[in-house]
Design a protein around this ligand. Structure first.
Ligand SMILES: [Zn+2]
Length: 246
């Protein structure tokens, strides 16, 4: 069943024959609304996203493990924590469904350190032949997802990768990157070692595109996250989440 968060459908099966548009309202993505809807997060009352400093775009800090420095600046935004209407901070559960931010087509499914990253090229140009791409990292792609598949805004393309099996202490989360890719880019050769290489990819801050309220947490508020990771998580419906700050 298609929910109300679906956008317009892409006409035609071959994305190369589709006109790229520069007029799409980039900011009006309804991404947060779609994610809430696809995961029934409104049952508990989704109030707003919550971000530790290390979850933000361009951050040099880790928000997991030793909370030290990242090797490179953060190329995206980590969606993990949110507040309900009682102001309790919750985290996205394993199996959280990941919706697509705009219509487009899958141009890559690559490995990352927690799962897979799905790369989607959208029908949006900056007017200089650069195309908008989004990356959905630390996920398990849907079985029927493949490179070349046309996707529509709001379609679920993946679920979050479960991070429990990894030695590092980190919560399941969606890493989302958003940027302009030049015509010179070869999607076939992309991996996390070359994404963002000069002249091929210009990252934007995804915070401006998730289309939802958010709260920036002080670093001290984020400290309990790592030690709490080993606590047994109660069995819950995949649509709900476990508390982050007991
Ligand atoms: Zn990230």
């Amino acid at each position: 069943m298609r929910g109300a968060c679906n956008g317009h459908r892409v006409k035609g099966a071959d994305i190369n024959n589709v006109e790229f548009t520069t007029t799409s309202p980039l900011r009006n993505t309804r991404f947060t609304e779609c994610l809430i809807q696809r995961n029934a997060l409104d049952k508990e009352g989704f109030k707003e996203w919550a971000f530790c400093p290390g979850m933000l775009f361009n951050s040099t800090e880790k928000w997991w493990g030793d909370q030290g420095k990242r090797n490179t600046r953060h190329e995206g935004l980590d969606l993990c924590l949110y507040k309900d209407r009682k102001d309790t901070i919750l985290r996205l559960g394993e199996k959280t469904k990941v919706p697509v931010i705009y219509d487009g087509s899958v141009v890559g499914i690559i490995d990352d350190f927690l799962g897979k990253s799905v790369i989607i090229e959208h029908l949006i140009s900056d007017g200089h032949n650069n195309r908008l791409c989004t990356i959905y990292g630390h996920t398990i792609p849907e079985d029927n997802l493949y490179v070349g598949k046309i996707v529509n805004q709001g379609d679920v393309i993946a679920t979050l990768a479960d991070s429990k099996m990894f030695k590092i202490r980190i919560f399941p989360h969606l890493h989302i990157s958003l940027g302009w890719t030049s015509k010179k880019i070869s999607y076939a050769g992309l991996d996390w070692g070359n994404i963002g290489a000069p002249d091929t990819w210009t990252f934007l801050d995804p915070l401006a595109f998730i289309d939802g309220r958010y709260l920036l947490l002080a670093r001290e508020k984020c400290d309990p996250i790592a030690p709490g990771f080993d606590d047994p998580q109660p069995e819950r419906d995949p649509a709900t989440s476990a508390t982050c700050h007991p």
